[in-house]
Design a protein around this ligand. Structure first.
Ligand code: UDP
Length: 235
């Protein structure tokens, strides 16, 4: 296997499937099965999931809501998604723990790094909910932060696009895909991989990022097995 410990970042929007809002049970089941296959190989899997399918703080603020209040709602949305993914994984027979950055003790464990590491060593999937626990951040930042803390080998950013392109492939048909990029390439070419805070944190800590299409079944497994899937960003 290419990696021993991974941090998988899933966007909230990906959970919507073909819906406009919320969680698509079919998509969730597919994700759970793909993750299960990887766990079965002995690779340690931690997950951060976004909340954009339910609520985004910035959107709330653009409609007049207090930004911090909106971000709190966004963080809670990521907890809802984390619980949904936990449920799907457990139905698939995978042992999991959810740890949250904001305490909701009746529902999930608080984030405790050493405990998270222990779970991973025991083969449990650890889902980190609640983002960083702070407003004005994103779940991409939470994903990079947690990945560094647990010393993951890589952050795998599962999206609906199969890598990083010269332009948005959904808008520009002439866009071409990169297979490998350095962090400096991404900056000099003005490419969008993650928000700046998350990207810088990844670069400073030499944490490689792979952007890949999580919605094609089996892609996660191929990636872990060393196949060239998506775009790799590393120093
Ligand atoms: N959020 C936050 N702090 C964090 C992570 C997330 O305040 O550390 C809030 C923020 O309002 C954000 C929302 O949670 O809009 C959902 O997260 P994000 O937009 O990153 O989700 P994704 O786009 O990956 O679905």
């Amino acid at each position: 296997m290419q990696y021993k410990r991974i941090l998988l970042k899933l966007s909230g929007e990906a959970l919507m499937g073909d819906q406009q809002y919320g969680i698509d049970a079919h998509r969730l089941k597919e994700y759970a099965e793909d993750i299960k296959a990887v766990v079965a190989t002995g690779v340690q899997v931690a997950i951060v999931i976004g909340g954009g399918n339910i609520f985004r703080g910035l959107k709330g603020a653009s409609e007049g809501m207090d930004r911090v209040q909106g971000d709190h709602m966004g963080m809670l949305a990521t907890v809802i998604n984390s619980l949904a993914l936990q449920s799907a994984l457990e139905i698939a027979g995978v042992q999991t723990r959810v740890q949250t950055a904001i305490k909701i003790n009746e529902v999930a464990e608080p984030f405790i790094r050493r405990r998270a590491l222990r779970h991973l060593e025991k083969g449990r999937v650890v889902i980190f909910g609640g983002g960083t626990g702070n407003p004005y951040f994103t779940t991409d930042s939470a994903a990079v932060l947690r990945a560094i803390e647990i010393k993951a080998d890589v952050i795998l950013k599962g999206t609906r696009v199969d890598g990083i392109y010269t332009a948005d492939p959904e808008k520009d048909k002439t866009a071409t895909k990169f297979h490998n990029l350095s962090f400096d390439d991404v900056l000099s070419k003005g490419l969008k991989v993650m928000d700046t805070t998350a990207f810088t944190l990844s670069q400073e800590n030499e944490l490689p990022i792979v952007v890949f299409d999580m919605n094609t079944r089996g892609n996660l497994m191929k990636l872990i097995s060393g196949e060239q899937i998506g775009t790799v960003v590393e120093n």
